[in-house]
Design a protein around this ligand. Structure first.
Ligand code: TTJ
Length: 678
């Protein structure tokens, strides 16, 4: 028990902002680009709170040319009246006191966006800004106050009249604090779009006024306005945009004693499940009780309806939770007064009462919907029955495979060149395309800890195939057996035979295609391997550059150009296998002009040669080892699930059964993909 009489709250209120500047990571997670963007979210969240309370419907975010960001809403305006005890305007207390929330006047019983890294308070953003200006439009007047690094620089000023109401915060993140000050349109847009879906009817605009924009931002326009009258129902349509949906999105909401529940769902002909959940507008990545309630109600309601309509025969088993989620896209959003966020990433809703709250609402509203829309309801049930039948067929197929011992790891595939170590923590497996590259890799590897599995030809289209069909494919079965963990319901991660699975494909279009197929395969069937950081992509060099005895590898065009520049190259010779004209864009072209004709080039004695590797097979074993496979020198990309949602959309677009969106994707990315033959 604390000895003093202070309550925790009083202590917090008394605290200044120095600790925030001393240990910024404690308050915003990190000082990298993620932390920088958190500052924007933090300020926007305040405006969203005002919108959720029904007090504002317009929020404008601006990226200014000087590196500042402003966020303006048309709400009631933060109060500016004097706090009797602290003798400061309420506005100033909000912005200069740690953890002082928006509880002013006590009339605000709305659900605040808070928890996790959010809701740390706009004062934290103030502390981490070299400059912050607040403008409040209230009672027909404009008020303003300015701060620097969290310290008040000017008294509250009255700056004239206005007939609007609202709050505007302009802040410029402090370069002393952040590793980077570059805002990303993509990151901010994704966040604002998501918040707009979750806060039906509010308009959220983003205006980019920077003169110099980062390269990645040039593909975006300067102005976006998000306004979704349909809220999360439109969100569900958006998530299903490249799928083949069944009926229109089903949407319902209800205010309960435990909180507000809103759900939207829609089935599609796809086999994947995509359910996202939110609590107080915060994405609960790990789910929680609200999600459990949703799943329980979905299974119960669909089974009850299927039984009542005779779609499920008496002797047939109930549909399982997995059956009713195949091809389902749903958004579950709840708002509650005191959200508890748990779990490793604070992404799991811990309020147990939300299970029954969501369950009750979904039971009631979904059965109502199914009664009133029998056509849609029957299509949904058929889809679930299909999933159940496929599950039973897959189980039968799997049982027979297992009976034959194929998946037990007893019979490793013949083409696997396994490593000798039996300690998985030091073992790695290279998945290589084609037998010839497989041959080089087998020669190059260190056999004690490196295994090679060559896959022949194109593995099948993983999006369309079901598990039983996948298991019939030799290449896939070899891969699954080699990994050792089984698949589907019998997966056992503790049996993983290699700590690292490394996809090693050629640096050409075919290689890229096979890589996408493999990534899709792992994403669909072994997400645990990606989440656990076990999946990598090898990075073979693109060029070998040689000058006399000096030899360098380049892993990108920029690196190649840098090396050529470093070596003061004014001409270079093409190697037999090189497709690209070396020095095309720089010094060699000048040399060509001097000679007067192109043909003279090959005759010249070359000083520097550049070889472009099109395939792994063009490297000898030693080169492959030292550039790509040697743990001491190689670099690899670790595959992350970071944006599973985007990956899902990309995979579905590239691999799915719908032709139109796929073509569109390839056309709009034509530069990068060239003639991808899908
Ligand atoms: C608090 O209760 C009385 C009426 O005003 C409520 C309030 O604080 N509203 C409010 C805060 N609206 N907008 C904000 C806000 C907006 C931005 C962009 C930034 C911050 C820190 C607060």
């Amino acid at each position: 028990m604390p000895k003093s009489n202070y309550t925790a709250q009083q202590i917090q209120v008394l605290e200044g902002l120095e600790p925030v500047r001393k240990r910024p990571g404690m308050y915003i997670g990190s000082t990298d680009t993620v932390g920088l963007h958190h500052c924007v979210y933090e300020i926007v969240d305040n405006a969203i709170d005002e919108a959720m309370g029904g007090h504002c419907n317009e929020i404008t975010v601006m990226l200014h040319d000087d590196g500042a960001v402003s966020v303006e809403d048309n709400g009631r305006g933060i109060p500016v009246d004097m706090h009797p005890k602290m003798k400061k305007p309420a506005l100033e207390i909000v912005l200069t006191t740690l953890h002082a929330g928006g509880k002013f006047g006590g009339d605000d019983s709305g659900y605040k966006v808070s928890g996790g890294l959010h809701g740390v308070g706009s004062s934290v953003v103030n502390a981490l800004s070299i400059f912050l200006r607040a403008e409040v439009y209230r009672d027909g007047k404009i008020y303003s106050q300015e701060y620097k690094q969290g310290k008040t620089m000017t008294p509250l000023k009255e700056e004239g009249k206005t007939d609007k109401t609202g709050t505007k915060i302009i802040f410029k993140p402090d370069k002393e604090i952040f590793d980077t000050l570059v805002f990303s349109m993509e990151v901010i847009l994704n966040r604002l779009r998501q918040q707009a879906y979750l806060t039906r009817g509010v308009t959220i605009a983003l205006l980019d006024e920077r003169k110099e924009r980062p390269e990645e931002d040039l593909r975006f326009s300067r102005l976006y306005r998000f306004h979704f009258e349909g809220g999360i129902a439109v969100y569900v349509s958006h998530l299903n945009r490249s799928k083949d949906p069944i009926g229109s999105p089903i949407w319902f909401e209800k205010d309960t004693a435990d909180g507000f529940v809103e759900v939207a769902l829609q089935y599609s002909q796809s086999f994947q499940e995509h359910v996202v959940s939110f609590a107080n507008n915060i994405h609960t990545i790990e789910g929680g009780h609200h999600l459990s309630g949703f799943k329980a109600a979905l299974t119960r309601t669909i089974n009850a309806y299927a039984r009542a309509q005779g779609l499920l025969k008496e002797k047939e088993e109930n549909l399982t939770a997995d059956d009713v989620r195949e091809g389902l896209t749903a958004v579950v959003s709840v708002r509650l007064r005191e959200p508890q966020f748990e779990g490793q990433t604070k992404g799991k809703l811990g309020n147990a009462e939300m299970k029954s709250a969501v369950e009750t609402v979904v039971n009631e509203k979904l059965s109502e919907y199914m009664e009133e829309n029998p056509n849609d309801a029957k299509q949904i049930v058929s889809k679930c029955l299909l999933a159940a039948r496929a599950r039973l067929a897959a189980r039968a197929a799997r049982d027979s495979v297992i009976r034959k011992g194929a998946l037990e790891g007893m019979t490793l595939p013949g083409k696997l060149a396994d490593c000798s170590s039996r300690d998985p923590s030091e073992c790695e497996i290279f998945i290589v395309e084609g037998d010839s590259a497989g041959g080089s890799a087998k020669q190059a590897r260190k056999r004690d800890f490196q295994a090679i599995l060559p896959l022949r030809g194109k593995i099948l289209n993983v999006e369309q195939a079901r598990l039983d069909k996948m298991l019939a494919n030799n290449e896939i079965r070899a891969l699954i057996i080699a990994l050792g963990i089984g698949v589907g319901e019998v997966k056992d991660l503790s049996k993983l035979r290699y700590d690292r699975t490394i996809i090693m494909t050629d640096a050409d279009v075919d290689g890229a295609h096979i890589r996408t197929l493999l990534l899709t395969f792992f994403f669909r069937y072994f997400p645990e391997l990606i989440e656990g950081g076990h999946l990598y992509i090898a990075q073979p060099p693109l060029y070998k550059i040689q000058k006399g005895k000096d030899m360098r590898y380049a892993f990108s065009d920029e690196e190649k150009n840098r090396i050529l520049e470093e070596w003061g190259v004014d001409e270079a010779k093409e190697e037999e296998s090189a497709e690209e004209e070396v020095g095309h864009d720089d010094a060699a072209a000048e040399g060509g002009e001097e000679e007067g004709e192109k043909g003279a080039k090959a005759k010249r004695v070359s000083r520097v040669s550049v070889q472009r590797y099109k395939g792994l097979g063009e490297m000898n074993a030693e080169q492959l080892w030292e550039t790509t496979m040697d743990p001491e020198h190689r670099s690899m990309l670790r595959v992350v699930m970071e944006d599973a949602e985007k990956a899902d959309a990309t995979f579905t677009t590239l691999m799915g059964s719908e032709v139109a969106p796929r073509r569109k994707f390839i056309q709009t990315h034509a530069k990068a993909v060239k003639n991808l033959d899908v």
